[in-house]
Unconditional design. Sequence first.
Length: 275
Amino acid sequence: MKTLAVCMIVYNEQELIKFTLPQVIHHADQIIVINGSPFGPSTDNTKQEISEVIKKYPSSLNGSKIIYREGTYGELFNYNKSFNSVMRNEYLKHVTCDFILQLDADEFWSFEDLELIRSTINDPSNSDITGINTGNIHFYGDVFNYIPKLGVNMHHRIVRNIPTAYYSDSRPNSILYVGNHQAVATTRTFLELKQVKCFHVGHALPWDAYKRKQSKFFYKNYARNCWNVRSEEELDALTEQRDFTNPKLKPYKGSYPEYMQEAIDIKHPFFEPRL
């Protein structure tokens, strides 16, 4: 039986971690949470919320081993020492399972999809896969509208645990392998499960934070940190191509993952209509 570790990196996620961490407790053999940034660990109640989740579900852990680490990781706006990649490489040190599900604190998965992931990695016909690519639904402004053109993106969200693996930059897709496994981009053994969807709510923010994420200043800093863009000319060219108003959105009419639906039902402020 192949085992699955769920690995998270978090910073100031007190509003979401209470929903996103419980969703995987029933499905993970190991859970690793790295709490940090270039400035240190979260300054809000993220750590306390994680503790509350663990207290709430002691009988449901089924032997899951939860590893928690916090600290100062990486350097701000340093592509080679991106804090996201440093934190992800930190959790790789602790993984003992066969496969890794990379979960951000602003992402939701349905129970059905999590079970499909587990059955897929345990299917004998998939014994040689390096990982699984899944689809994504990106919500924007609130959780009732999404960006159709981004819905077809396939991400390397489930990867095999190989000792020589490492993350080269802040994106989950940046995991690389050396030795018998070449770079992910050239590997043919990533299985595509388009029917499995990661629900990303990172842009479904309260309006002030939403506008901040849409600002040119934020986008330029992101380009410096994640894409190693250095010259002001390149940064200006990138921002000129970016629409900093609402993109073309489509109302979401499908079902939500269970814990996401719970947050909507209790009218949690993060999940209220805003557009």
